[in-house]
Design a protein around this ligand. Structure first.
Ligand SMILES: [Zn+2]
Ligand SMILES: [Zn+2]
Length: 452
């Protein structure tokens, strides 16, 4: 039985808590009362089972709680972490749940207690759903909000709560996501940021997640002037982590990837020329990522940053252990990082890990004084105003990541292509029928029907 099904069963016994101050588990308006009574239908991307997503018609969401807003979506995207949902490895995803945690749009309607934005504003949403009032929100740790996720499984598994997340299963509250034409946003005053006119959707969208996640990874792990940094995973997060590491003063940054993802090393290098690359597919039998890194940086790098994920086993041992349920995540990259950093070096883990792992080199962490930091889901609200200013000052350009622009109706095909990783697809902008005229800086729209 998959871990996700077990979690559902367990929660059936334990039940929901009453901590949440928002209405949760409205991830499918076909199934629950969350719809408008106008009879109006919208298109939305739903999970339809392992490795299958569909575009369906469903009732349009409406405001429910007093701090809700409903957003007409003008831009959305797909994320590496959507693939974990697609593969069915995230607990408590149900067929018919609307996906997508990164989106921007226009405020269509608001509840009476919303402040900070009004109907007609162009906005971007943060993927963590925060309340803005609890102890953790007060410390700007919005992804650890205690009042937007009534699910009891996270509390049981992690000993503490995580916030609600859009389009990310009932494990994170059961909120419908933004790969759709409309979305309900709870606590809109905290979870929406108004976009100024000089920032087009094709740039502002990425404040939802990837920019804040990458920035958080770098500053939370403490990258500083003169550091040598190695980054595992050359996807969009890894790309921006390289960018932000240099901005924080890193003297050298080495990007590690291989296999189907190897082309991304050259892609990132074409945008950030001073990055060095390590393709692990090119290593000989006698070499390892660690030995190669030690050759490049004698004594080991100061900082190692994980921007890949624990779902992808490299060798047979972990492949079989994950298949048999003996672990949920592989420790291969973590162990590479542990042996690659210098004594008393720092490790930051931003790629998604869900549960338990075997053969973890805890001895090396203790014996050589490694600072091993789980970066957590990024508290987007802590950083997004600063990042918005960096975009406006042209210190970062989110379009450096964007290789494809597609239509919402092509999203099922998009999941397939994105998963293959061989198609030159780094980050995507998904247009809806509500999208504004395209920004001249963005790539042209691609009809995925013509892509093999
Ligand atoms: Zn994401
Ligand atoms: Zn909170």
């Amino acid at each position: 039985m998959a871990a996700s099904q077990i979690a559902n069963l367990v929660e059936g016994f334990v039940g929901h808590d009453d901590n949440a101050n928002v209405t949760t588990d409205i991830s499918n308006t076909n199934k629950v009362e969350g719809a408008q009574d106008t009879g109006e239908k919208i298109k939305a991307t739903v999970w339809a089972g392992k490795n299958k997503v569909e575009i369906v018609d469903m009732p349009k969401p409406r405001v429910i709680d007093r701090r809700d807003a409903v957003i007409k979506v003008t831009g959305s995207t797909i994320c590496g972490s959507d693939l974990h949902l697609y593969h069915g490895v995230i607990p408590q995803l149900e067929k018919g749940d609307v996906l997508g945690h990164e989106f921007c749009g226009v405020v269509e309607s608001i509840a009476p207690d919303v402040s900070g934005c009004k109907v007609g504003d162009r906005v971007v949403a943060s993927f963590p759903i925060a309340c803005g009032q609890c102890r953790n929100c007060q410390m700007e740790l919005t992804s650890a909000c205690e009042r937007t996720n009534s699910n009891t499984i996270t509390n049981a598994m992690y000993g503490k709560r995580t916030s609600g997340i859009f389009g990310y299963s009932h494990f994170t509250g059961g909120f419908a996501g933004g790969q759709a034409e409309y979305v309900r946003v709870p606590n809109a005053d905290v979870n929406l940021l108004v976009l100024p006119e000089d920032v087009p959707d094709e740039k502002g969208l990425y404040l939802s997640d990837v920019l804040a996640t990458a920035y958080h990874c770098v500053v939370d792990t403490g990258v500083k002037e003169g550091d040598t940094v190695a980054v595992w995973g050359a996807g969009p997060i890894g790309q921006m982590v390289v960018e932000f590491s240099f901005q924080q003063g890193a003297s050298r940054v080495i990007l590690v990837d291989g296999g189907n993802g190897a082309w991304r090393l050259e892609f990132v290098k074409s945008k950030i020329h001073n990055v060095e690359t390590l393709n692990f597919t090119d290593l000989t039998r006698r070499e390892s990522v660690t030995s190669k890194l030690k050759e490049m940086v004698p004594g080991g790098v100061d900082v190692a940053l994980e921007c890949a994920a624990g779902e992808y086993a490299k060798g047979w041992t972990h492949y079989l252990e994950m298949l048999s349920g003996a672990e949920t995540d592989t420790s291969e990259i973590l162990n590479e990082m542990i042996t690659s950093v210098r004594p008393f070096g720092r490790i930051g883990v931003t790629g998604v890990y869900a549960g338990y792992t075997n053969h973890f080199n805890i001895g090396a962490i203790m014996q050589t004084g490694i600072r091993f930091i789980g970066n957590g889901q990024a508290p987007v609200q802590k950083y997004w105003k600063h990042l918005l200013e960096l975009i406006r000052e042209q210190k970062i350009n989110p379009l450096d990541m964007v290789t494809h622009v597609v239509q919402l109706t092509d999203v099922p095909k998009l999941y397939k292509l994105f998963e293959q990783r061989t198609t030159g697809m780094q980050k995507v902008f998904v247009r809806t029928r509500h999208s504004l005229p395209p920004s001249p800086e963005a790539p042209a729209l691609i009809d995925l029907a013509n892509v093999a």
